[in-house]
Design a binder for this molecule. Structure first.
Ligand SMILES: NC(=O)c1ccc[n+]([C@@H]2O[C@H](COP(=O)([O-])OP(=O)(O)OC[C@H]3O[C@@H](n4cnc5c(N)ncnc54)[C@H](OP(=O)(O)O)[C@@H]3O)[C@@H](O)[C@H]2O)c1
Length: 435
């Protein structure tokens, strides 16, 4: 399947009654049976270390270090899946995390006991998207087998995908769309989980309630925007996008109905002349929220959802408690102010890990309703260059890293190894039972 790159390719299917992502409440597959130690560890035993890009301190691009001696993240819990990474992609969060963004909150999430000590989170592996092959599964994993091709968004509190292997819970992982290469697949999970969480949980939309709703997406030309346009069109929404003039072809190619160049002096006036919106998904933040609130339909349940929130900035600068309190206070004030003055809901959107939601996105991709938008591809040797590219801004979709070759023999061998080990574990258990 070809991806959309640069100035728009034709969207080959665009009227849809999607079987798209259901709300997170439908996600019954759930890997919630956490924390049983495996009886016998069958993680591919030959592996001791792997190659990865790590950081040992926060800072600029110079802190990125390539190593072949990173500990392999073996399966330690019954609900875990170990993945051989074929491709990863970068998000603005990776650049921010490299610089220490969210460090306090993420450290707490990784290890709640870390508030008590000064234990280090380093070496830290960045990279939030993965497409690859399952090489090992915990004993309670039911949806995946070694050898399965999968994709996932790696939560920011876990070791990332700029490495040969990554280990996630079953709940976070999904079978990769068959039509996509690993490179194409790696461009989607993190932005998909973010857009879905923002639009469904905060924006109150879902595939069955979005038809003809008017949605405005600010910053439509980046990773989240290019995905959200396609998802909303698949759900039948009318989509208006703000972006730079030179991204108009791209976003129209993805299905945007109306496009406004935010850099033209009269963007706000152009939007004010349009019918009012049911939902705004704000990927830009800053001043945008001040002028965009007035574009929502008053007193009719309309919602403003921004992905640019001060929560982690606050916890970084003020400490965990003060930061969370301050963020909560800000959110509460803005929500009350807006609902009282114009009857519109003010909300913050966040990425949320959700493999079952990716299962639904997989269907849309395989139906040709969502295309990957890969702007740039870098080899694994050039991860710092990929960070540099991202840092320059002006994204048009996603920047992807090719970590391993598509026809990766090692993954196949490891998967076979792991299956053999699992079989012999079973034989041992059966013999033990018989005896
Ligand atoms: N809260 C969360 O959990 C969460 C999760 C994911 C992302 N985010 C945040 O959401 C934002 C969007 O993420 P992303 O991955 O889509 O970022 P991205 O890939 O960097 O895209 C941002 C896009 O916005 C465009 N842009 C910049 N200024 C603009 C403006 N004033 N009006 C309209 N478009 C503008 C940029 O192109 P030009 O500069 O060329 O116009 C670029 O195409 C980022 O701030 C990211 O950190 C938050």
């Amino acid at each position: 399947m070809g991806s959309v790159s640069g100035m728009a390719s034709t969207r080959f299917i665009c009227l849809l009654n999607a079987k798209a992502a259901g709300s997170t409440t439908t996600l019954a597959r759930a890997g919630c049976s956490v924390c049983f130690r495996r009886n016998v560890c069958s993680s591919p035993s030959r592996l001791q270390s792997m190659s990865a890009w790590v950081i040992d301190q926060y800072g600029t691009n110079g802190v990125l270090r390539y190593t072949e001696e990173m500990t392999v993240p073996t399966v330690n819990f019954a609900n875990e899946v170990m993945i051989k990474v074929n491709a990863a992609s970068l998000n603005p969060l990776d650049v921010s995390m490299r610089g220490g963004y969210g460090a306090k909150m993420l450290k707490l999430r990784r290890d709640p006991l870390s508030v008590m000590d000064s234990g280090s989170e380093f070496p830290l592996i960045l990279g939030r998207d993965v497409s690859g092959v399952v090489v090992d599964c915990g004993s309670e994993v039911t949806h995946f087998n070694p050898g399965d091709e999968v994709w996932a968004a790696v939560p920011p509190w876990k070791q990332g995908s700029l490495a040969e292997f990554v280990t996630l819970t079953e709940y976070e992982v999904s079978h990769k769309p068959k039509l996509l290469s690993h490179i194409e697949a790696a461009s989607i999970p993190y932005v998909a989980n973010t857009a879905l969480s923002a639009l469904v949980n905060a924006g109150g939309l879902c595939r069955d309630s979005t038809s003809n709703k008017r949605v405005l997406i600010t910053g439509g030309s980046g990773g989240v925007g290019t995905f959200a346009i396609q998802l909303l069109k698949a759900w039948g929404a009318h989509v208006t996008v703000t972006c730079s003039q030179n991204a108009e072809g791209l976003v129209r190619g993805l299905g945007a109905d109306e496009v406004v160049d935010y850099a033209a002096g009269d963007a706000a006036e152009q939007l004010e002349m349009m019918d009012k919106f049911d939902v705004v998904l704000d990927n830009v933040g800053g001043d945008t929220e001040q002028w965009v609130m007035g574009l929502l339909k008053p007193w009719s349940g309309a919602k403003y959802v921004t992905l640019v929130t001060p929560l982690l900035f606050n916890t970084d600068s003020m400490g965990l408690l003060d930061g969370m309190f301050h963020a909560g206070f800000t959110l509460h004030n803005k929500a009350i102010q807006n609902v009282i003055s114009s009857g519109v809901f003010y909300r913050w959107g966040f990425y949320a890990p959700d493999g079952p939601a990716l299962d639904e996105i997989c269907k849309l991709v395989d139906e040709g309703k969502i295309l990957p938008v890969v702007e740039a591809q870098f080899p694994f040797t050039q991860v710092p260059q990929a960070f540099q590219k991202l840092e320059q801004g002006h994204a048009r979709g996603k920047t992807v890293i090719k970590v391993a070759e598509e026809d990766d023999r090692q993954a196949e061998e490891l998967a076979q190894d792991s299956s053999r080990t699992a079989e012999s574990e079973q034989e041992v258990q059966e013999t033990a039972k018989q005896n």
